[in-house]
Design a binder for this molecule. Structure first.
Ligand SMILES: [Zn+2]
Length: 64
């Protein structure tokens, strides 16, 4: 029987990291899909926090 797998991933919509259920696995291209429990969005998992930090850095580009 299939077992449920979860993955910690960051959701940019919910702006938080949570335990997401792995809903799909495309081994041919090495892509994983996870579902966010907050917004029910399905997307490839993001490493936690790092994306938010990168956003802060990119903000500096608009600073004069
Ligand atoms: Zn979400």
């Amino acid at each position: 029987m299939p077992k449920k797998e979860t993955l910690r991933s960051f959701c940019s919509l919910c702006d938080q990291t949570s335990e997401m259920e792995v809903v799909g696995l495309d081994k041919e291209i090495g892509l994983i899909w996870v579902r966010c429990p907050g917004c029910n969005g399905i997307f490839p998992p993001h490493p936690e926090s790092t994306t938010a930090k990168n956003k802060d850095k990119s903000k500096k580009e608009g600073y004069r």
